[in-house]
Design a protein around this ligand. Sequence first.
Ligand SMILES: Nc1ncnc2c1ncn2[C@@H]1O[C@H](COP(=O)(O)OP(=O)(O)OP(=O)(O)O)[C@@H](O)[C@H]1O
Ligand SMILES: Cc1cn([C@H]2C[C@H](O)[C@@H](COP(=O)(O)O)O2)c(=O)[nH]c1=O
Length: 258
Amino acid sequence: MAATNSPGPWLSIRKRCGSFSSTGGKTTGRLRPRIRNRQTVEISSVARGRFITFEGTEGVGKSTQLDNAAKTLERLGIGFIVTREPGGTPLAEQIRELLLASGDESVHELTELLLMFAARAQHLHRKILPALASGQWVLCDRFTDATYAYQGAGRGVPEERIALLETLVQADVRPDHVILLDAPVATGMARARKRGELDRFELEAQAFFQKVRNAYLERATAMPERYHIVNASLPLEQVSESVSALLTALAALPVESG
Ligand SMILES: Nc1ncnc2c1ncn2[C@@H]1O[C@H](COP(=O)(O)OP(=O)(O)OP(=O)(O)O)[C@@H](O)[C@H]1O
Ligand SMILES: Cc1cn([C@H]2C[C@H](O)[C@@H](COP(=O)(O)O)O2)c(=O)[nH]c1=O
C-alpha cells in the first residue's frame, strides 16, 4: 500500500520497518495480526495485500474489468476481495443508495462530499484494511481519486477540502495502484445508456464528465508511479488483455515496490 509520511493517531502504515497497522476491524487470513492495543493490529508487510483501484468516467468498463481482474488473480493463485465505492459494506451501501438516487431535493456539494467520505470511512476500516492485513489483495471499483475527479473537478469543491477529509479518514492509506480506464466521455455514456436507467451522477451533462475525465488524466500525469492508463475505447478483448498483463506484472513486483 502506498503511504505518505504523516500517519494519523489511529492508523499507520510503516513500510520501512515492514509492519502495517490499522484501526480494529475483524481480520481473517493466513497470518494472525499481533494485537498492540485495542485499536491497532500489526502484521508483517510480507503478508500485506495490495490495494488496486479501478477508475474512470461512467460506462468505461470498470465492473467488466474487475471481473476480468478477479479471474486473472485466481489464475495467479492470489487471494483477493472485490469491492466498490461508494459502498462495500451494508452501511456504506445504504449511503450509496442515498447518493445515487435522484430526488426532488438538490444535493449540496458538501453533503455529497461528506457522504462519500462517511461511506469510505466505514468501508476502509471495516473491510479494506482488514482484508489487506490478512494478506488479501483488494480490487476496488473507485476510491478517493474519484472524489478528486467528481467532487473536485466536477462539482468544484476545492482540492484542499478533499485533502483534509482524505487525511482524516485515511491517514496515510492510498491505493498502491490506480488502473485508469480511459475513453472519450461519449463512448462510456453510450455504453452506460445501453445498460438501462441512469442514476443521479449519470444524468449529469457531458461537460461535467469531460471535467472528470480531464482531472483523472491530470492526476495520472502527476502520479505516474501510481497510475496505469488503459485505453478503454478498444474492443473488450484487448482491454482485458492489457489489464491482465498489468496485474500479472504487478504481482511479480516485490511487495515494497508492488
Ligand atoms: N471495451 C469494451 N467495448 C465495448 N463494450 C464494453 C467494453 N467494456 C465494457 N463494455 C460494456 O459497456 C457496458 C458498461 O460496462 P461496465 O458496467 O463494466 O462499466 P463501468 O465503468 O463499470 O460503468 P459505471 O461507471 O456506470 O459503473 C457494459 O454493457 C459492458 O459490457
Ligand atoms: C467513489 C466515488 C464515486 N462517485 C460517483 C461516480 C459514479 O457516478 C457513482 C458510482 O456509481 P458507479 O456505477 O459505481 O460508477 O458515484 C463520486 O462522485 N465520488 C466518489 O468518491
